[in-house]
Design a protein around this ligand. Structure first.
Ligand SMILES: Cc1ncc(COP(=O)(O)O)c(C=O)c1O
Length: 499
């Protein structure tokens, strides 16, 4: 790519006149990494240097690791660019943007069956994502619990949250940052979500909430919130406690209402007091927007709301950050009114159909165990039936050559020995891409088979050439076992989960 440069630029007094050139010709020295450079460079050069480096990033559309939206309609892209310079927090200056946020909150609250009248304003707020939403919901639970314990003259310094070990990392962040113990229900092989009965056993008088996940990050499975609610109602009755439920519907919040309208997981259940959802996942907006909705005013302690007098008006805010962009909120409103219930339903159905095609293609290879269920978040999590010659991590690594980004990870306690690959099916992952991915996975399997067979052949030849059937004191069997052990070690090193 070639850039054109003005004869002189800011700070370039003695700049020779050049018409067009590669930015790399302009920047002959190493690019500054630690200190800001003394001199300016032409904007075209800056653009090209950065753009060239960014070419080495993966292609977002082929990033099947992420739930986050990577395609929106051009009209919405335009709205986003038109509002890129609006600071959301300047509510007095941008009252329409604030109004759009409130409309989104109302629509999402109705979608989640909040007990509000048709024209009543719902209680909720737009956030940067589900992580911020969860921090806010968690803080509200903590403060409510503390207030009650203080009223009762009881200690309030050891709050805990009960959740599954499949919880997303943001819950661990919340626990550490806001000093709440996370009591995790362990998983087991074949059961990768929180068992409601085990969760109830872990609840005690210091439990500020039980967090259920609607769409586990690991397998997409919906946890049984209804059963949890019913068991907790009983436990609260027996003990006189008042333990509530939060639903982390980061992915499932924009899926369940459209695909499983009969499923009771939301404010229809009396103990569900707050719900978060990522607008940037199946809410179909680019990264940077989430939502938290409370059941009622009583569930959000008033003292957590800041009333600031900013640029002339009183602004109630309950967020962790102050300034942020407006574009994502505007984009969320666009999607809600542009697609409507019908549009979201059709997109989610299409995602599920493409998930089935992928799942069937993978099952047909007879090499994989499908770990995810047929319902829930449209994704396929699958493990190798036989990992003796190579592992899911090798498949993941080799798929990168085709451009695909497919994460491999081990499950949390107590299912760490299970390693899976996961493909998230988003709106922009079409049927033809699903078919293409299966055929590339098959190619990778063949290559890895051939490589493993070659390694064994080399070992066998070495043994055959030796006098006594051993090489350096090792038999063929021992060499094969050594190869398998090496693969296993590679698996053990990769302990981190998906994001
Ligand atoms: C279940 C769950 N909760 C929370 C999060 C965090 O969401 P965000 O990236 O919107 O902060 C994720 C992200 O994948 C998730 O899957």
């Amino acid at each position: 790519m070639v850039v054109s440069v003005a004869a002189t630029g800011p700070g370039t007094d003695a700049e020779p006149v050049r018409s067009t050139f590669f930015a790399s010709r302009y920047v002959r020295d190493e690019l500054p990494r630690y200190r800001m450079p003394e001199r300016s460079i032409p904007r075209e050069a800056a653009y090209q240097i950065i753009n060239d480096e960014l070419m080495l990033d993966g292609n977002p559309r082929l990033n099947l690791a992420s739930f986050v939206t990577t395609w929106m309609e051009p009209e919405c892209d335009k709205l986003i660019m038109d509002s890129i310079n609006k600071n959301y927090v300047d509510m007095d200056e941008y009252p329409v943007t604030t109004e759009l946020q409130n409309r989104c909150v109302n629509m999402i609250a109705h979608l989640f069956n909040a007990p509000i009248q048709e024209d009543e304003t719902a209680i909720g707020v737009g956030t940067v994502g589900s992580s911020e939403a969860i921090m806010l919901a968690g803080l509200a639970f903590k403060r409510k619990w503390q207030n009650k314990r203080k009223e009762q003259g009881k200690p309030c310094d050891k709050p805990n949250i009960v959740t599954g070990a499949n919880v997303q990392v943001c819950w661990e962040k919340f626990a550490r940052y806001f000093e709440v113990e996370l009591k995790e229900v362990k998983l087991s092989e074949g059961y990768y979500v929180m068992d409601p009965e085990k969760a109830i056993e872990m609840v005690d008088e210091n439990t500020i909430c039980v967090a259920a996940i609607l769409g586990s990050t690991l397998t997409g499975e919906f946890e049984d919130v209804k059963k949890l609610n019913d068991l907790l109602v009983e436990k609260n009755k027996e003990t006189g406690w008042d333990v509530p439920i939060h639903v982390d519907a980061a992915s499932g919040g924009f899926i369940a209402p459209f695909l499983y309208p009969e499923l009771e997981w939301d404010f229809r259940l009396p103990l569900v007091k707050s719900i978060n959802v990522s607008g940037h996942k199946y809410g179909l907006v680019y990264a940077g927007v989430g939502w938290v909705i409370w059941r009622s005013k009583e569930d959000l302690p008033e003292e957590l709301i800041f009333h600031i007098n900013y640029l002339g008006t009183d602004q109630p805010t309950f967020t962790l950050n102050f300034s942020k962009g407006s574009s994502q909120i505007i984009a969320q409103y666009y999607q809600l009114i542009r697609l409507g219930f019908e549009g979201y339903k059709s997109i989610m159905e299409n995602c599920m159909e493409n998930t089935s095609i992928l799942r069937e293609g993978l099952a047909a290879t007879d090499r994989f165990e499908i770990v995810s269920k047929n319902s829930g978040v449209p994704l396929v999590a699958f493990s190798l039936k036989d990992s003796s010659a190579f592992t899911v991590f090798d498949i993941s690594e080799n798929l990168r050559r085709f451009g695909w980004i497919v994460p491999a990870y081990t499950m949390p306690p107590n299912a760490e020995h299970v390693a899976v690959l996961r493909v998230v099916v988003r709106e922009d992952f079409s049927r033809s891409l699903a078919e293409r991915l299966v055929s590339d996975i098959v190619k990778v399997l063949h290559e890895l088979d051939a490589r493993a067979a070659h390694a064994v052949k080399v070992a066998s030849v070495a043994v055959a050439q030796s006098d006594d059937g051993v090489v350096a004191g090792k038999s063929v069997m021992e060499i094969q076992r050594e190869i398998a052990t090496r693969w296993r070690k590679a698996v053990d090193k990769k302990k981190t989960g998906p994001c």
